[in-house]
Design a protein around this ligand. Structure first.
Ligand code: PGA
Ligand code: ZN
Length: 430
């Protein structure tokens, strides 16, 4: 059985030019793997803690040298020499050990960025030592390719509030026959949209996730633009390609009077009025999914929303659940939503992320794996998605290589699976 020879952490940059943690693990045999930790900006309050140095002299306080030091000084001495897993049950024993070393609720001692870097690298070297591709490490029988949810118009904080209040407008090519085709649909529509925006004298510059940043007057206007782009590309709206939204409502929820402030439309809405707005959009445009339609503490509103529209649309909790099993359990009990967004760095270990996915699937909730707005070239989520039987993936527009690399990895996996492969297609929303 192979042992861990060395654990090295380093400070690298993410796609926004901010520091993040990379961990490199080497085994006795010479097998070596690296993992990079992503970083969000419209983060949920209840996420595990991303440890930053707060030293204003470096990277405006965003350095991660404390986190890399924690890997070197606290985690590495414990796990060097340990045997890596022979079985396929993920990096369980390492994660448990790191949770014990940290000892806090939200990983604030070691930092979720330090812990997750190690956790993902362990999964990678374990797979390599078993001679398995990473997706098969999570399940040898994995065969389902996800439908991409491609964020082609960026708003909210991902566009510095120079675009819509709603954060993400995603195209969902669910009518394609396989993953590679769905990606082709998406890329063609993206280019059509670019042409359309240019013709209308809108800017075609892109936001953090590669979608266009457009100075429109409402949160509805992009839906019409995108439908036009879908049709211009030769596809039938809804039948071939649908639309999903990430409203990221915590970003414009005003605590002091409990109102949602839609600056683009000069509106201040209550929870009930927001729900009415979604009802209107779902009815008018057959929207497939609404993520974070309400704020992360508005449990009552979520319950109401799910009761009213949960049978017509996929309601995804991101900031609401933060991939945290306790928050997810509460949501399941209170029937707050019917789907959960999965982000490894919201919770900080691979095994806790797996538990959240498994709980959701057991409850017949949909799961969507997600990148962060600050990303790296690491394609871990592509493999994790297939391995965990997650049928939807959001990893940005078909633009900016930190986004496209994940999609490209899915093309490789699809090819490798050959005849065995299945494409989630419309089943992903059932
Ligand atoms: P974030 O946004 O990575 O900036 O948190 C992504 C999302 O809200 O889904
Ligand atoms: Zn979100």
């Amino acid at each position: 059985m192979e042992k861990i020879k060395s654990v090295k952490a380093r400070e690298i940059l993410d796609s926004r030019g901010n520091p993040t943690v990379e961990v490199e693990i080497t085994l006795d045999s010479g097998i070596k793997a690296r993992s990079d930790v992503p970083s969000g900006v419209s983060t949920g309050t209840y996420e595990a803690l991303e440890l930053r140095d707060n030293d204003r002299q470096r990277y405006k306080g965003k350095g991660v040298l404390k986190a890399t030091a924690n890997v070197h000084n606290i985690i590495a001495p414990k796990i060097t020499g340990m045997e890596i897993n022979e079985n396929l049950d993920a990096p369980g024993k390492f994660d448990e050990m790191m949770l014990n070393l940290d000892g806090t609720e939200n990983k604030s001692k070691l930092g979720a960025n330090a812990i997750l870097g190690v956790s993902m690298a362990i999964a990678k070297v374990s797979a390599m030592s078993l001679n398995l591709p990473l997706y098969k490490y999570f399940n040898r029988d994995s065969k389902i390719l996800p439908v991409p949810m491609m964020n082609i118009l960026n708003g909210g904080t991902h566009a510095n509030w120079q675009s819509t209040d709603f954060q993400e407008f995603m195209i969902v090519p669910w009518g394609a026959k396989n993953f590679a085709e769905s990606l082709r649909y998406g890329a063609e529509i993206y280019h059509e949209l670019k042409g359309l925006l240019k013709a209308k004298n809108f800017s075609t510059s892109v936001g953090d996730e590669g979608g266009f940043v457009v100075n429109v007057k409402s949160n509805e206007e992009p839906i019409n633009l995108i439908i036009k782009a879908i049709e211009n590309a030769g596809y039938e709206y809804y039948k071939d390609v649908g639309i999903g939204l990430d409203v990221a409502a915590s970003g414009f929820y005003k605590d002091k009077d409990g109102k949602y402030e839609l600056t683009r439309e000069n509106l201040r809405l209550t929870s009930d009025e927001m729900i009415e707005k979604y009802e209107y959009l779902i009815k008018g445009y057959k929207i497939l999914s609404v993520e974070d339609g309400l704020a992360e503490d508005d449990w009552e509103g979520w319950q109401k929303m799910n009761k009213k529209i949960g049978n017509k649309v996929t309601l995804i909790g991101d900031d609401l659940f933060v991939t945290n099993i306790e928050r997810l359990e509460r949501g399941i009990k209170e029937k707050s939503a019917n789907a959960v967004l999965i982000k490894l760095n919201q919770i900080g270990t691979v095994s806790e992320t797996m538990s959240a996915v498994n709980l959701a699937h057991k409850t017949n909730w949909k799961t969507i794996i997600s990148h962060r707005s600050g990303e790296t070239a690491d394609t871990f989520i592509a493999d994790f998605c297939v391995g965990m039987n997650i049928k939807l993936i959001k990893t940005g527009a078909p633009c900016r290589s930190e986004r496209v690399e994940k999609y490209n990895q899915l093309i490789r996996i699809e090819e490798e699976l050959g005849n065995k492969r299945e494409f989630a297609g419309k089943e992903a929303f059932k």
